[in-house]
Design a protein around this ligand. Sequence first.
Ligand SMILES: O=P(O)(O)O[C@@H]1[C@@H](OP(=O)(O)O)[C@H](OP(=O)(O)O)[C@H](O)[C@H](OP(=O)(O)O)[C@H]1OP(=O)(O)O
Ligand SMILES: Nc1ncnc2c1ncn2[C@@H]1O[C@H](COP(=O)(O)OP(=O)(O)OP(=O)(O)O)[C@@H](O)[C@H]1O
Length: 454
Amino acid sequence: MELDKMDENDWKYHGEGNKSLVVSHLQVCIHINSKQAFRHILNIVDYSKYVMKPLLGEKYVHSGEVVKLPLDFVRQLSLKVQQERPELRCDKVMDTFSGCGLCLPNLTQLPLHHLRDHRPPICVEIKPKCGFLPFSRHITKECKRKVCRFCMHQHYKAKVKPDFFKRMYVALKNLLEEPQNNLKIFKGGELIFSCKDDAKQQPELNDLIQHLRPYFSHSNGLYNGHQPGKAILNEFIQVICSALLSGGDSNRSGEPRKVHLSESRPHCEASPFPRDLLRNGNHGLPKDSVLAKILQVQMLDNLDIEGIYPLYKRVEQYLEEFPKERNRLQIDGPYNESFMDKVKNCPTEDDGSVEYAVGKVHQYRVAMTAKDCSVMITFAPCEEDEEQQLKLEKPRFTYSISILDLDPKPYEGIPHQYKLDTKIVNYYLRSTQAPPPSSLYKERQECTLLFHAV
Ligand SMILES: O=P(O)(O)O[C@@H]1[C@@H](OP(=O)(O)O)[C@H](OP(=O)(O)O)[C@H](O)[C@H](OP(=O)(O)O)[C@H]1OP(=O)(O)O
Ligand SMILES: Nc1ncnc2c1ncn2[C@@H]1O[C@H](COP(=O)(O)OP(=O)(O)OP(=O)(O)O)[C@@H](O)[C@H]1O
């Protein structure tokens, strides 16, 4: 791309989050993600490259590169995309002064050599959120061991989001029927299904089925007359589940290996997941699967915010006395190999040192990133002998999986997280009138009612 020839008309609005506005090039498969300033973006790239990529796996993470952009181009682009932006995000203004952005591959597309079929790739974006119940001895409220922060937070925010680790298939079905803001579906890079926050209109399941029909045409014949739409959705969900559970070389080496999370670990009692499914053992994640990788990193938060907050205060006290130590301890980065060393080699026992406190705080922040990332599964029909195939009877798909939104979570955010946690738990206890949660959630319906009733 020649920077002096950049034209806003070659770009279109793609989407946005809390901090980034994303545009995609009309011809080339790249994205520009406009963030605040050069150093800030460099930090994001470094964090992704030196911290998240080694932890989550080379194949899932695309760190991108910082690009300098002509200011005029950015100004014109911001005007062009303004009308496309969802209202709820418009309180944030695109930064048109820094003249830099993050350039990434467009993950809603597949590399061109895979595309021998005329049907454009379908991409599903989900946010797995946290997949485990905290087990830290620092926890003061018993309900946190039984109901996950995710469910309590939804209760607090009165909205429902997915919970992939425990109820993937059911979660996907629920999401399709009632998507909040954690599911997006793209076709050929165009958003075709999303939540009400981002989409202009309420998503229509029937429209989605029409979009998917050409990809699962054999289902029409198979289920002739028997809810073919439902059959298509089922196949679609199966493709996504297979992709999410397929790990590194598990396709080639036969049976995927499993990590059994649930047999020894308790489940969130508030998840609307049919208990018999859990009893039947449908809870293992193949070791190399993207979800297992994310969960592993999420579990670096082994002290819970209640255990982290006192350590944060220890660091703060130390920095008050020795402000110059901030750099050595890499509180605000740089996020390089030495930062990663601090994450990996933090002592397991608290020896009272600032090094221990910093190591745990760094680990907590890394875990927070993993609890807020998104996964994109992009697939397209493929021919018989392509390498990366989902072994489904028919049809066959080539696919790629990526993890995105791997920004560092700020050190300064820890007091906020601590206060928020207290608010969420107290609100949950107050509004459920504090009987033990186990008696509240015997039936799936009871649980669903509870979470919709606020
Ligand atoms: O606190 P949560 O769990 O609601 O997560 C926030 C996300 O909300 P979600 O529930 O996924 O819709 C939130 O996402 P949205 O803006 O709601 O799309 C952000 O990702 C936020 O991160 P940051 O503060 O921008 O770095 C996320 O905040 P943190 O990850 O910093 O807590
Ligand atoms: N490389 C990419 N390819 C395709 N789409 C992308 C890419 N990067 C981001 N997007 C889209 O843009 C949206 C916003 O990007 P991103 O999640 O990075 O923003 P954010 O502001 O950091 O989000 P959050 O609010 O979760 O912190 C994503 O949900 C995704 O749909």
